[in-house]
Design a protein. Structure first.
Length: 166
């Protein structure tokens, strides 16, 4: 069994990663931190990489901000590239959150975030699914984040939210 923590790469330090690490330690199980690169972001990278002879791809904020990655005309941005990139985002969040992450596995996926998060929880038989959230105004609470809400409604296991103060 594992504790699966899903991160968006935008909040560092991550309260979700802190809660996930605490749960993993309490249950003495593996802690998996997952970041899913949305399919539309992946397609943007793929399109940019497939263009001109010496194209520079500017990375979105959650993928390193202003980092620029040169691509040659013959290079193609593959799903493996996207998953490595997403794993790097998970790594950056963990490094920015935990002092000495022990027993933490980093994972990156490409696809629809809710589907990929729930599928990874199933693949790993996660005891808990830990996700982030933001404290919101009363109106914001009524609407709730669509991804967070979908996970809460669709998950077949306990879901823990690590709330940030934003």
């Amino acid at each position: 069994m594992t504790i699966l923590t899903a991160v968006d790469g935008e909040t560092i330090p991550s309260h979700a990663v802190e809660r996930g690490a605490e749960l993993a330690e309490a249950f003495d199980v593996e802690h998996v931190v997952l970041h899913v690169m949305p399919q539309d972001v992946f397609e943007e990278f793929r399109s940019a990489a497939g263009g001109g002879s010496s194209l520079t791809v500017t990375t979105p904020a959650s993928y390193g901000g202003a980092d620029q990655h040169p691509h040659e005309e013959t290079e193609e941005y593959t799903v493996d590239d996207g998953e490595r990139h997403a794993t790097g985002v998970a790594r950056d969040v963990v490094r920015g959150t935990l002092d000495g992450p022990s027993n933490t596995v980093l994972k990156g996926r490409v696809g629809e975030p809710v589907e990929e998060i729930l599928a990874e929880a199933d693949r790993r038989n996660a005891k808990y699914l830990v996700i982030g959230g933001r404290q919101r105004t009363p109106v914001g609470k009524a609407v709730f984040g669509s991804k967070t809400q979908s996970i809460l409604l669709e998950a077949d296991r306990p879901v823990v939210t690590g709330m940030s103060q934003e």
